[in-house]
Design a protein. Structure first.
Length: 242
């Protein structure tokens, strides 16, 4: 039985994930935003590898049913209707809409992971439901890959912490001798054991500091508040749906 963590999608090749059960994590904030939007009634979220791609994908679509969302340096992209804040994804704004989302690290990571089957999406906000689904996938396949979005092509504390919590939940009851973890999975597990909890771990990250600097500290609190949503979005055929 095997669990692999990838701290960033950098260098991931199609064959690394093809046909494997995959979980994608960008807890600050893209995957939290996606879970929240879908829980609040969005029809689907289409992740784009760049803002230009998001604009291109929507070019010929009727504007009534869609929303363009995304960030650069944490802030809303000019001309887009929404940024990347989960607190913007209220039922009044997103219900019935398809959201085309472009973020710095999160949506490129999703696009890189789309060969997985299934590709599950989550964070702290839906953690228990995500862990249950990932555990079911792992029992069936004896294999799981966790892709962290990371930050600027580097390790991100908040994503690795979430990966560690997930591994702990998924491997429960599996005899250690039967389980192979890659180095990143082992370190994630150690990290999860060392940190105090969601608020502490996420709050200690570079991403939290950066969000705080641009007045988005409430988003960090929102993203670190676990287990409020029960949906586990699945990414298939280029769209993420609940
Ligand atoms: C990302 O995709 O890099 C993050 O979600 C960025 C952010 O939180 O603004």
């Amino acid at each position: 039985m095997r669990i692999d963590v990838y701290f960033t999608p950098l260098g991931l090749k199609e064959e690394d994930l093809a046909g494997r059960g995959v979980v994608v994590i960008d807890v600050l904030r893209a995957t939290t935003t996606i879970v929240t939007a879908l829980a609040n009634g969005a029809k689907a979220v289409v992740p784009a590898a760049s803002s230009e791609e998001a604009v291109r994908l929507t070019a010929n679509l009727a504007k009534g049913g869609i929303l363009l969302a995304g960030e650069r340096k944490s802030l809303k992209i000019e001309g887009f209707q929404l940024g990347n804040s989960p607190r913007e994804m209220t039922p009044e704004v997103v219900a019935g809409k398809t959201i085309f989302l472009a973020t710095t690290n999160g949506t490129p990571a999703l696009v890189a992971a789309q060969g997985g089957a299934p590709v599950l999406v989550g964070g702290a906000v839906n953690f228990t439901a995500l862990a249950e689904r990932a555990r079911a996938v792992f029992s069936e396949r004896s294999d799981l890959a966790i892709v962290c979005a990371g930050r600027d092509k580097q390790f991100a504390l908040e994503d690795a912490y979430t990966a560690g919590r997930l591994i702990k939940a998924v491997k429960k009851g599996v005899p250690p001798k039967k389980l192979t973890l890659n180095d990143a999975a082992q370190v994630s597990l150690d990290l999860a054991a060392q940190q105090g909890g969601w608020q502490d771990a996420l709050g200690a990250s570079d991403a939290a500091r950066m969000l705080g600097e641009v007045g988005l500290g409430d988003d960090v609190k929102f993203c670190a508040n676990p287990d409020r949503l029960k949906i586990v979005p699945v990414y298939a055929d280029r769209r993420i749906a609940a």
